[in-house]
Design a protein around this ligand. Structure first.
Ligand SMILES: [Zn+2]
Length: 256
């Protein structure tokens, strides 16, 4: 198992940066919890420890210590930037000697966050930050947008956008640590039983139609199925059993 510590920056009496009615400590916690959710829900092979799950203060030294004591493989510290003239996303690893995993993780997270958000990329940077300096394992600190920049503030107020920010972080971690997507295709040889001949013929018609397959996959992804299903559909590797599995599991759930 890959041990990931997710650190939501600031908290308690330390709000971090503030702007447009938002506090950094709230945004970092929201994003951190979303990253945890995605890693656990969509991937196998990772266990996650949070430095905080509520609005409490933790000294910087304590955050790295949690990761060191646990023997984590990665410390991800999530922050939001400030300075009204700045905008977009950037991330930092330690200035001094870093292991290859830190560099690989920065490469992957940076690429995936930009891909997921379409944000301006301020780049992969290095900085002598305490949380990075004190960590014995691979460590990265991300700065997702500027809380006091009017354009970034609009994005940071949008929960769907925060989902994309979190998705980018989680996908980057998954790539850096080779975590596999959790949703396994249904077994090919599973025998399908239909309650009526009409349903059987209707299902076969649906499977034969490209448009129907697209509708089923789109509905399933919207209802929570992993986006990789849409990729499988696009590259032609989605089987009939896959489509049926998605239809049963997700579109039934949607219609409830
Ligand atoms: Zn901060």
């Amino acid at each position: 198992m890959v041990k990931i510590v997710i650190d939501a920056g600031h908290g308690g009496h330390d709000p971090g940066a503030v702007g447009f009615g938002m506090r950094e400590k709230d945004l970092t916690l929201t994003i951190a919890l979303k990253v945890q959710d995605i890693l656990i829900r969509d991937y196998i092979g990772a266990i996650v420890k949070m430095t905080r799950t509520s609005d409490v203060y933790l000294p910087l030294a304590e955050r790295a210590k949690i990761a060191n004591v646990w023997g984590a493989d990665l410390l991800l510290s999530i922050h939001i930037n400030a300075t009204p003239s700045g905008y977009g996303y950037e991330d930092f690893i330690y200035t001094g000697t870093v292991n290859a995993t830190s560099i690989a993780t920065q490469n992957e997270i940076n690429a995936e966050v930009i891909k997921a958000t379409n944000w301006h990329n301020r780049g992969k940077k290095r900085k002598n930050l305490q949380v990075l300096r004190d960590s014995k394992m691979a460590a990265i600190l991300t700065e997702s947008g500027f809380i006091d920049n009017p354009n970034d503030a609009v994005l940071l107020k949008n929960d769907k956008f925060l989902n994309q920010v979190a998705r980018g972080h989680a996908n980057g971690i998954a790539k850096a640590f080779n975590l596999k997507a959790k949703v396994e295709p249904p077994k090919e040889d599973e025998e399908l039983k239909f309650s009526s001949p009409a349903l059987k013929s209707e299902t076969e018609t649906s499977l034969a139609s490209k448009a129907h397959r697209q509708i089923i996959v789109a509905a399933a992804v919207k209802a929570g199925a992993h986006v990789s299903w849409a990729e499988k559909l696009a590259n032609g590797t989605l089987t009939d059993a896959d489509v049926l599995g998605l239809a049963v599991k997700y579109t039934v759930a949607v219609n409830k």
